[in-house]
Design a protein around this ligand. Structure first.
Ligand SMILES: [Zn+2]
Length: 336
């Protein structure tokens, strides 16, 4: 990731936009009675979940990446390519989250399919560009529910264009999703605000929580960089251990998609210097939990993270707002 320059990225983005512009997008044939439902293929589960809820029964929505899959490293399989080429609409995160799928996405866009980055509506002023990543925006925007509500709008707009006969149902489902995300965000804000001021430090395996930290007022430290492709050096570990000891940070967190090796090295390092750091639990950063469980939905994933972080750092957790039935929103288990 680090070897790509901003200019190179911009050229790539421009090429993809050109390829993705099919002129005035036509409605899909599936609006006619008896026609097969249009196929929607999504990359990460956080997108699949929203697309399933918004499309309802009017489209067949499949996700490529399931529980525990790291999107930074994910290379599309032959089955994935076939699914993408057979899709009517493809949703991906963009901002180079799916770095190893770029060629495949460009190819699919070139074949005239709608290939839509759900982050396309985010204003540049919203995006974080951490130091040392010349021109790369941080792709982990779903960690701020405001951004994911904007992503839901992009999905809603695209599906409404593709399925005009179901525009009413799609708009209604979109409103429900927006209301659920707003309720989750309000609860998360209240809950995380109970963490004592001097403990508001979130140390995780990689840099996935910058937007989360900005939204809820937590200082964020990722051992690895924005992409899990970069390796944490010994010096990074030593620097973070010194910070943990000096500030008496009570807990650090592992992530479901990243090896726990570095986090365990932090705990051992702090212990060697006389400070006990607890393992605060496992967070869902770049993938949701198991299909059919609460954490297998976007709302449940964020609620899990908020509860786990708040408890481990000494705050108080009340019941999160109810989430829609987990069974309706699975991760990549179902393939087209
Ligand atoms: Zn990540």
């Amino acid at each position: 990731m680090r070897t790509l320059t901003a200019g190179c990225l911009r050229r790539w983005a421009a090429a993809l936009i050109l390829l993705a512009l099919p002129g005035a997008p036509a409605a899909l044939g599936a609006d006619e009675p008896g026609a097969p439902r249009p196929r929607v293929v999504c990359t990460v589960g956080m997108i699949t979940d929203l697309a399933r809820r918004i499309a309802g029964e009017h489209a067949h929505v499949a996700g490529l990446m399931g529980e525990g899959v790291d999107p930074h490293l994910y290379k599309p399989t032959r089955t994935d390519i076939a699914a993408l080429m057979g899709a009517d609409v493809v949703f991906y995160n963009g901002l180079l989250l799916e770095g190893k799928m770029t060629d495949a996405l460009v190819r699919v866009a070139g074949s005239g399919r709608r290939v839509v980055a759900v982050t396309e509506a985010l204003d540049e002023s919203f995006l974080l560009e951490p130091e040392g990543f010349d021109g790369h925006a941080d792709p982990h925007v779903w960690m701020d529910p405001h951004a994911w509500a904007a992503a839901a709008q992009v999905i809603q707009r695209t599906l409404a264009q593709a399925l005009p006969a179901h525009g009413g149902a799609i708009a209604e489902a979109g409103s429900r999703v927006a209301a659920d995300i707003a309720a989750l965000d309000a609860w998360a804000e209240r809950t995380l605000a109970t963490i004592p001021e001097d403990r508001r430090v979130l140390v995780t395996a990689h840099d996935a929580f910058n937007y989360f930290g900005r939204r809820y007022g937590l200082e964020v430290v990722g051992i690895q960089g924005l992409s899990t492709e970069s390796e944490a050096g010994v010096r990074d570990i030593e620097r973070i251990v010194a910070m943990l000891v000096e500030r008496r940070v009570p807990a650090v967190f592992i992530e479901s998609t990243v090896s726990d090796r570095n986090v365990k090295a932090l705990i051992a390092g702090a212990r060697a210097r006389g400070h006990e750091v607890a393992l605060g639990g496992s967070l869902y950063s770049d993938a949701m939990g198991a299909a059919g469980t609460s954490a297998g939905t976007y709302l449940g994933m964020i609620a899990h993270n908020v509860s786990t972080i708040t408890r481990a750092l000494g705050g108080r957790v009340d019941e999160p707002p109810p989430t829609p039935s987990a069974g309706a929103a699975a991760t990549g288990a179902a393939r087209p």
